[in-house]
Ligand binder design. Structure first.
Ligand SMILES: CC(C)(COP(=O)(O)OP(=O)(O)OC[C@H]1O[C@@H](n2cnc3c(N)ncnc32)[C@H](O)[C@@H]1OP(=O)(O)O)[C@@H](O)C(=O)NCCC(=O)NCCS
Ligand SMILES: [Zn+2]
Length: 191
């Protein structure tokens, strides 16, 4: 095992980017490409892939086998479960090569969680603290704090910053936070 400039890279891991923040760990068979930007204290687990042009904030978790392609930005404290799959070409054709400018961006806002096996069709914004259930196929933008599930992922309710469901009154029985609806499209904010 090796440690380079405050970044831990497992001896079977491959970290080719020099834009990785202190405290980040890159585990076995994970691959971080040159030009991928990764913040501090992230955890890039076995078999994950972070491509040139992908951006991860601080304290982001990338579980095993998850693929983060160019054009994907995950803000601070985003949780990507195992085998989460991003895309960046809306109508791919093998015979038509597309440069970075032709790819479609995706943003995952601070604190959002994508459950195991979530597929994200490119061009969407997943709002702050949103939560996609395991196996979701996200085809449209997700409002802040929304809980979505299924294929295609549909809104099922709201979740707190702590991950618990919010029910009537948008009060979290688990941690005590209160929320207010900004709009159906934008979702919730702290009250
Ligand atoms: C979402 C989750 C937290 C369950 O939350 P919950 O509040 O207990 O949800 P419920 O079981 O009450 O279900 C609420 C609704 O969502 C649906 N639902 C829940 N999980 C679902 C899933 N994975 N896929 C599709 N629908 C799902 C339920 O069928 C139910 O739908 P309905 O209201 O139309 O009947 C859990 O199913 C989940 O996916 N967790 C993520 C686990 C994971 O991937 N961890 C990664 C690290 S190991
Ligand atoms: Zn809470």
């Amino acid at each position: 095992m090796t440690t380079v400039a405050g970044v831990f890279v497992h001896e079977k891991g491959l970290c080719e980017s020099d834009e990785v923040g202190e405290g980040t760990r890159v585990w076995a068979f994970a691959h971080v490409l040159p030009g991928a930007r990764v913040g501090r204290d992230c955890n890039i687990c076995d078999g994950a892939f972070v491509e040139t042009g992908a951006v991860l904030g601080d304290r982001v978790t990338v579980k095993n086998g998850t693929l983060v392609f160019a054009g994907v930005t995950c803000e601070d404290e985003v949780f990507l479960g195992p085998n989460v799959l991003f895309t960046n070409d809306f109508r791919p054709r093998a015979a038509i090569r597309k440069g970075p400018g032709e790819l479609v961006d995706t943003v995952v806002r601070q604190g959002a969680s994508l459950g195991a096996g979530t597929v994200v069709v490119c061009g969407v914004e997943i709002g702050r603290y949103a939560f996609a259930a395991a196996g979701s196929v996200v085809t449209r933008s997700v409002p802040a704090h929304a809980f979505v599930a299924g294929n295609p992922a549909r809104p099922k309710g709201w979740v707190c910053e702590c991950g618990e469901r919010l029910h009537d009154g948008l009060h979290c029985a688990a941690c005590g936070l209160d929320f207010a609806l900004v709009s159906d499209g934008e979702g919730l904010t702290r009250a």
